[in-house]
Design a protein around this ligand. Structure first.
Ligand code: ZN
Length: 74
């Protein structure tokens, strides 16, 4: 997969820089869905991108990990 065309900032169209969330920060941050099983942990962010023009930051988690924690809807 090539990565050059999708790498534009959704806010200003600037160049997005690829990065990640520092490991230590994952202790303090994460995403928990409202339909997630009650006693399951948050899903940590694994990737981050920052715009080199406006500074907008995007965080990415592993969608498979999130799906595995959601209550089944069927
Ligand atoms: Zn931007």
């Amino acid at each position: 997969m090539s990565e050059n065309s999708v790498n534009a900032c959704p806010k200003c169209g600037g160049k997005m820089d690829d990065g990640r969330v520092p490991k230590g920060l994952n202790w303090f941050s994460g995403y928990k869905s409202t339909s997630q099983k009650h006693f399951s942990f948050e899903v940590n962010f694994e990737r981050a991108k920052a715009c080199l023009d406006c500074g907008y930051v995007e965080l990415y988690l592993d969608p498979k990990k999130l799906m595995s924690k959601l209550e089944s809807k069927e």
